[in-house]
Design a protein around this ligand. Structure first.
Ligand code: BGC
Length: 382
């Protein structure tokens, strides 16, 4: 840590120039850019040091911060060999903090997605959570793990492990929960996220990454041209507040059928009661059960030729098409606007509101048991 701070300070002055030179000559100037980026992430949040970390190989160049264990940038080469950052974010740690409820790039939880009426009961005890989404609790509330400074346990060129211990009762959830996420990159262009968690008291846990993607490059105006395929026969029906009714709706013959690739925009404004409540796609796709870790979805952007495949051990995938983004949202990296539907999220998860839905796969974690989850975002160029 100390070394990084020192390197960043030492490097900042000369590197601004190096970045400009890189831009002028068309070079990427990766190392130089990294150090200026690092300086903008040297911050103290809640009394804890925040920094920027880099994962890099021939295929991927990723920066992350321990504030919210979040992805800051994810650069891949497009079909013309141009470096393309495919996730939304900000230039500084402080902007991420100010706009924490966008969840950009973060690990959300303790319970990713919604819990109805912000309450659940475990072994006869009822727990009250924060209502941060109407009457419901979303992504762990405003005191969720995306808004915490995580500890970096180990960091190397191609892998980093971040840990956070959430005290008993934090954000209303029972149990002291220790969670870790390891981000690692592969030679095949994969970003793998391995999660583990333990508790000292019965609780619920459902962690996911909340990156907002635009495979045309962040700041591009739309994702409606992206072609999406999801291995799901059904979605989880939701009520007017996006809380599951307990029913599964078959996708066949509806705007939710992505079993064959379809552009995101082709049916997004179709007349459909579920699309109306989500103002577009904002639904849990019930993934076809497979053998553990398997490929479940593919997104392809014809403009850049960038394809992202999603592999996971999870039973569900929340597809959110950026319907609550607005043209007046705070500006992102480099002052770019991130308007309505200019990004999508595909969040691997257990189903929303599972603590209140006995028929959904359980999210209960007991002392002595280990929570595990694995997801990969794999990038290819076609
Ligand atoms: C939810 C959306 C919500 C968004 C906030 C998504 O995971 O499904 O309803 O607006 O997070 O960023």
């Amino acid at each position: 840590m100390k070394r990084n701070v020192f390197m960043a300070l030492l490097a900042t002055a000369s590197l601004t120039l190096a970045c400009q030179q890189g831009a002028n000559t068309g070079e990427t100037g990766d190392a130089a850019m990294d150090s200026t980026e690092q300086a903008a992430f040297n911050a103290v949040i809640d009394g804890k040091d925040v920094q920027l970390y880099t994962l890099q190989n021939d295929k991927l160049h990723i920066t992350l911060t321990n504030y919210g264990a979040r992805l800051v940038s994810l650069r891949v080469k497009d079909k013309d060999g141009k470096d393309t950052d495919v996730i939304l974010g900000y230039d500084t740690a402080n902007e991420f903090k100010q706009n924490a409820i966008n969840y950009y790039g973060a690990i959300v939880g303790r319970y990713g997605n919604r819990i109805g009426n912000a309450t659940f009961t475990l072994s006869g005890t009822t727990y009250e959570l924060e209502k941060n989404d109407g009457e419901n609790s979303l992504h762990g509330g405003t005191n969720g793990v995306y808004n915490k400074v995580w500890t970096v346990e180990q960091s190397a060129d191609t892998a980093i492990t971040l840990a956070y211990t959430s005290p008993d009762g934090e954000a209303g959830y029972p149990g002291t929960v220790t969670m870790k996420v390891t981000y690692s990159i592969t030679d095949e262009g994969g970003l793998v996220m391995d999660y583990v968690g333990t508790t000292d008291k019965e609780t619920v846990l459902n962690l996911t990454n909340h990156a907002y993607f635009n495979l045309n490059g962040e700041g591009d105006a739309t994702i409606l041209d992206h072609e999406l395929q999801i291995d799901a026969d059904a979605i989880t029906e939701v009520d007017a507040n996006l809380i599951p009714t307990g029913k599964s709706l078959p996708v066949a013959g509806t705007a939710f059928d992505f079993s064959e690739a379809q552009t995101i925009g082709s049916r997004i404004d179709a007349e459909n009661a579920q699309l109306a409540v989500g103002k577009g796609y904002d639904h849990n796709f019930e993934l076809i059960k497979g053998d553990g870790f398997r490929k479940v979805a593919t997104v392809y952007a014809p403009k850049t030729g960038i394809e992202m495949q999603i592999l996971t051990t999870e039973p569900g995938l929340q597809f959110y098409s950026g319907n609550f983004m607005t043209d007046s949202d705070p500006k992102g990296k480099g002052g770019k606007a991130y308007p309505f539907r200019s990004a999508f999220c595909l969040e691997t998860q257990h189903f929303p509101d599972a603590p209140n839905q006995p028929s959904f796969a359980s999210t209960v974690l007991k002392p002595g048991d280990q929570y595990t989850s694995k997801t990969e975002y794999r990038f290819l160029v076609k």
